[in-house]
Write a protein that binds this ligand. Structure first.
Ligand code: HEM
Length: 147
C-alpha cells in the first residue's frame, strides 16, 4: 500500500497543491461576497442574489477543496511516514485553525443569507487577511521543515 502511494506521490502532491489553491481562493472570495451583500437590505432581491452566489461558492469550491486537501495531505503524510515529524504537527495545528476559520465564516455567511448582519465591513476586510497569513506560515513549514 505504502509503496504504491509512493509511486503516485507526485500526482498526490499536484492534487494537494491545486486544491489548496482552490480552497484559499474560495476563502479569499467569501468575505468579499459578504461585503457586497452588506450593500443590500435584508430580504431584498440583491441580498438573495449574493446569498445564492455564496451558497454556490461553498458547494462547488470551498467544501470539496477542503476535503480533497485534507485527504491528499494525510495520504502523503502516511506514504512518507511523516506522522512523527514536528513540522507536520505544527502544520496540522495551523490547518486545523484554517479549517475552523472556514467553518466559522461559512456559518456567518449563512446567517447573512437569513437577513442577519453579524459582521461589519471593516471586520470582514480584516478577516480577509487570515487565510493569507496562515498560508505564509504553512508554506514556510512545508518547505523549511525546521523541526
Ligand atoms: C489538511 C491537512 C494537510 C496535511 C496532512 C498536509 C500534508 C502535506 C504533506 C505530507 C506534504 C508533502 C511534504 C513533502 O513531500 O515534503 C504537503 C505538501 C504541501 N502542502 Fe500540505 N497538508 C495539509 C494541508 C495543506 C494546506 C492547508 C496548505 C496550504 C495552505 C498546504 C500546502 C502545502 C504545500 C505548498 C506543499 C508543498 C508541495 C511541494 O513539495 O512542493 N497543505 N502537505
Amino acid at each position: 500500500m505504502q509503496s504504491t502511494l509512493l509511486q503516485i506521490y507526485l500526482f498526490l502532491k499536484i492534487g494537494h497543491v491545486t486544491f489548496m489553491v482552490f480552497w484559499l481562493a474560495g476563502l479569499f472570495m467569501l468575505p468579499r461576497q459578504m461585503i457586497y451583500m452588506l450593500d443590500h437590505a435584508p430580504g431584498s432581491p440583491g441580498e438573495a442574489r449574493w446569498a445564492e452566489r455564496s451558497a454556490k461558492l461553498r458547494k462547488i469550491i470551498l467544501t470539496p477543496s477542503l476535503i480533497v486537501v485534507w485527504v491528499l495531505g494525510l495520504t502523503m503524510a502516511y506514504a512518507m511516514g511523516f506522522f512523527s515529524a514536528g513540522w507536520l504537527h505544527a502544520k496540522l495545528a495551523l490547518v486545523l485553525l484554517l479549517s475552523g476559520y472556514h467553518g466559522w465564516l461559512v456559518a456567518q455567511s449563512k446567517k447573512m443569507a437569513r437577513g442577519e448582519r453579524p459582521l461589519t465591513e471593516t471586520r470582514l476586510r480584516v478577516l480577509g487577511e487570515v487565510p493569507g497569513l496562515l498560508l505564509v506560515l504553512i508554506v514556510t513549514l512545508v518547505y523549511l521543515k525546521p523541526f
